[in-house]
Design a protein around this ligand. Structure first.
Ligand code: ATP
Ligand code: MG
Length: 583
């Protein structure tokens, strides 16, 4: 492809709203443009990369026996009413009415549509198993669209839905998808890890997320430091923390009140009483579907909202308002504590608080705390010991007990065994061998295809631009013609272009009438893995320069024997990439 006949609007500056490298570079490299918050146009070279990602996904899904379909984006409200998600999905589901005042939504995912489709088609066990997939635009009205393609509102997803006659079959379908995901992300040259995503398993269901490891990842992953002997890893959101075998039995001086005027936060208290946060109890008050709930955590720990939601099993959990805090504690916010708390009949305490006595906590009295608090001795309300905090580095691995590490990851795929959640609510049944009606056992499997493009860049860039893995690069080779006005140079470039085409390689040929500096900068920015530079001066010396974008290594090939030398050099570029992805 000739640059002058193409459209690659590169930019010197990144947009002001771009926080992460992939967002900045995708815009600067002329690959995407923002239309409005979380909604982007794919420009030509961006689209080429997206198509490469789609093709890898498609190839491996087909190889795994999944069958491609294309379902509608606009979905009727009825099927969401049936599954029960019309109420549950919240504001991410963009809803609207048609001219007849009927409810519709833009598909954020297609469990309802695929179940509605197959329940009308499948009669007998002989027609199953079936795994249908599509690569399609999704819409989710995210609260905080950000990081460009990473968390868009409109984005491209591959979503697959498997339907089996029994659990065994469903587990096989799940395993086949898990294998396919390994091949997909492996073929893309990504450094990734599958992690356990739901331990609060309902009815034997399970789930894995595929995480691309990158500093800028929105997800925190707890992974065993004993890798690869122990491969346990989970999203921190769901990583269970084992309680200590025996609670602490150390004796503790009698509890007493201390005056702490104006000391609201954990930081305030630590500074005021000169104590570390791990000696202080954080008391959080919530309303779960309107009912008060109290939670205790160590002052230096983070509440895990997912664990809390599982525990309280409520549709809505919100922080108690200052008025409610006053009603429960008799004090302004900042002085809540477990002793004498009103309005709840149980206190939920994180397991870790059993590991010590002698705590500091709010006294349920303004400007006052208690110290030498022994939860077992001093709290009259019943305490339920639960796992409520986020895992941190050093916590024991639930599998082997070795310390956990915390890494950052970008969730690029999610596979989920659904069981009969949708087939029961939407009545998707088949007749088994005995003519008996049974629910289909389902699984669903997503890949954020557009997010993958961003994730690949987050893992592969430098200060000059993108370093595309060869499998995702918009072109294989970038030819930089430094003197398009010079007949010898341009005919050498033309010849190279033809030669590479005959090898089946796709080339971007920069034939612009621009300074060499501009061309070098753009080539590094776009990040095609192999660069070939032809300039008047070097050509006169019989030299054609090549550069491996990943390593930055430049070599001089002889113009005369270029065609013989190129293959080995190009292979070394590809080999560098495969060594990298094996690390
Ligand atoms: P997240 O926790 O990141 O919001 P999710 O759990 O909502 O993801 P799924 O419903 O499992 O995601 O969707 C399947 C895949 O689609 C995800 O693994 C992710 O790669 C991608 N995806 C989800 N939301 C977005 C988004 N807003 N923008 C781009 N890709 C997304
Ligand atoms: Mg989401």
């Amino acid at each position: 492809m000739r640059w002058t006949r193409y459209y690659i609007p590169t930019l010197k500056e990144a947009p002001a709203d771009a926080e992460v490298a992939s967002h900045k570079l995708l815009v600067r490299a002329g690959m995407i443009r923002k239309l409005t918050s979380g909604i982007y146009t794919w420009l030509p070279i961006g689209l080429r990369t997206l198509e490469k990602a789609k093709n890898i996904v498609r190839r491996e899904m087909n190889a795994a026996g999944a069958i491609e379909v294309l379902m509608p984006t606009v979905q009727p409200g009825e099927i969401w009413q049936e599954s029960g998600r019309w109420k549950k999905y919240g504001k991410e589901l963009l809803r609207f009415k048609d001219r007849h005042e009927r409810d519709y939504c833009l598909g954020p995912t297609h469990e309802e549509v695929s179940t509605a489709l197959l329940r009308g088609e499948i009669k007998s066990y002989r027609q199953l198993p079936l795994n249908i997939y599509q690569i399609q635009t999704k819409f989710r009205d995210e609260v905080r669209p950000r990081f460009g393609l990473m968390r868009g509102r409109e984005f491209l997803m591959k979503d697959a839905y498997s339907f089996d006659i029994d659990d065994d079959g469903a587990n096989k379908s799940y395993a086949a998808m898990k294998d396919a995901y390994h091949r997909i992300f492996g073929s893309m040259g990504l450094n990734f890890r599958p992690v356990e995503a739901d331990s609060g398993a309902i009815g034997g269901n399970f789930s894995h997320e595929f995480m691309v490891l990158a500093e800028t990842g929105e997800d925190a992953i707890a992974a065993c430091s004993n890798w690869p002997e122990c491969s346990w890893a989970a999203n921190v959101e769901r990583a269970p923390i084992k309680p200590l075998a025996a609670p602490c039995s150390a004796s503790c001086p009698p509890m007493e009140q201390v005056s702490t005027p104006g000391q609201h936060s954990i930081d305030d208290i630590c500074a005021f009483l000169k104590t570390p946060a791990k000696r202080v109890i954080k008391t959080l008050l919530f309303l779960a579907d309107g009912k008060p709930a109290a939670v205790l955590l160590r002052g230096d720990r983070e509440l895990n909202e997912i664990k809390l939601a599982h525990l309280l099993n409520a549709d809505e959990v919100v922080f108690a308002s200052p008025d409610q805090v006053l009603a429960m504690t008799g004090a302004e916010p900042g002085f809540a504590g477990p002793v004498g708390l009103k309005g709840v009949d149980t206190i939920y305490a994180d397991n870790e608080l059993r590991e010590n006595t002698d705590w500091i906590a709010g006294a349920n009295k303004s400007d006052t705390h208690v110290q030498h608090l022994d939860l077992q001795r001093d709290v009259t309300l019943p305490i339920r010991w639960v796992d409520l905090r986020n895992a941190v580095a050093g916590d024991p691995c639930p599998c082997c007990g070795k310390p956990l590490e915390i890494k950052r990851g970008i969730e690029v795929g999610h596979i989920f065994k659904l069981g009969t959640k949708y087939s029961e609510s939407m009545h998707a049944v088949f007749l088994d061998e005995n003519g008996k009606e049974r629910f289909m056992i389902m699984g669903c499997y997503g890949i954020g295809v557009s997010r993958v493009v961003a994730a690949a860049i987050e893992q592969n860039f430098d200060e000059n631009g993108i370093k595309f893995p060869p499998q995702l690069a918009p072109f294989d080779v970038h030819i930089l013609c430094l003197d398009p006005g010079d007949a010898a140079v341009s005919s050498a470039c033309d010849e190279i272009e033809e030669f590479l085409a005959a090898l089946g390689l796709e080339t971007l040929y920069d034939d612009r009438d621009e300074r060499p500096g501009v061309k070098f900068k753009d080539a590094d920015l776009i990040g095609i893995p192999a660069q070939i530079t032809v300039g008047g001066k070097s050509l006169a010396k019989g030299v054609i320069e090549v550069k491996d974008r990943r390593s930055g290594e430049k070599s001089a090939l002889s113009a005369k024997t270029f065609k013989q030398e190129f293959g080995a050099w190009y292979q070394s570029v590809l080999d560098g990439w495969s060594r990298k992805s094996q690390l």
